[in-house]
Design a protein around this ligand. Sequence first.
Ligand code: ATP
Ligand code: FE
Length: 350
Amino acid sequence: LVVLGIETSCDDTAAAVVSVISACVRSNGEIMSQVVSSQADLLAQYGGVAPKMAEEAHSQVIDQVVQEALDKAKITEEDLSAVAVTIGPGLSLCLRVGVRKARKLAGIYALPIVGVHHMEAHALVARLVERELQFPFMALLISGGHNLLVLARDLGHYIQLGTTIDDAIGESYDKIAKWLGLDLRKSGGPAVEELAREVRLAIESRNIDAGIPVSSASDEDRRVRADIAASFQRVAVLHLEEKCERAIEWAMKMEPSIKKLVVCGGVASNQVVRARLNQIAEKSGLKLVCPPPSLCTDNGVMIAWTGIEHFHMGRYDPPPPACEPEDAMLDLRPRWPLGEEYAEGKSEAR
Ligand code: ATP
Ligand code: FE
């Protein structure tokens, strides 16, 4: 199987090709190419994602991004077995761009099409990198729009154990970055993480160079901002740790065979988050699985891989008509929840 994955749910236009020998879907997924075009400049300019602008930016680059993914994989459309595309959750104007592109290709080349849940993809890409990751497992999904603790029981079968009633943690990182006046072209999270790191470095260097006065007025300003960044990060991550620990306890009662904790989504690329949640996992007797940073933030690989998993189970749509009208109704699910919420009694029975 050779699957093209397309992702346009928010502010990254991404495509990738992933292949697998179909007889053995779990053992040999190979990333053939991965291309991401980010809208960081737009984000910096508008201080957030403006749907109409984002849609235009996706439309401008989508053809090029997909072509580049095929070229890098050294294949053409004819070599594909299927196209996978994010159909939700996300901004409908943006989702539309990816879904149109996917349907156009699928129509012309008579390819089956797999509609992918963006958050399921964030979680399942962990199964591409960690071959031994079997269901059921525990997952903490931390991204720009979600804070979710889920028990992943099976492909397409998730139970939400907890979520945020406020901003997702990635959104909080982005707001703090904006408030601290950081360079948003890097996206908020990495900028706050980098600044917070200076606090530890400053403490270390103060110890080493004790007594040497180095601070100027502007250093002092930077130090205050670094202290704020580090304090925010400490509290935000502590919150994740506490909730995660409680959810693991709960999930283990439902599924005692759980062996792994998956931490995924953009915020999972944060080194402090990874280190602290590794400790929580170890304390609970679980192994932490965290995809590499490039597979934590939005990417086409996770969409292609999740497409492969569903395709393998026979869950896909037949090729759309070759000349679908531009205004055809599309199956977009901008508010698609991941699985069901935990309800006592109900979720207990499989
Ligand atoms: P969702 O997946 O919920 O739809 P999204 O796709 O916009 O939202 P992702 O691309 O998964 O989110 O993640 C982006 C978020 O991750 C941003 O809020 C960004 O600030 C945050 N992020 C990225 N890297 C880091 C980091 N190193 N530390 C903290 N946060 C980070
Ligand atoms: Fe995402």
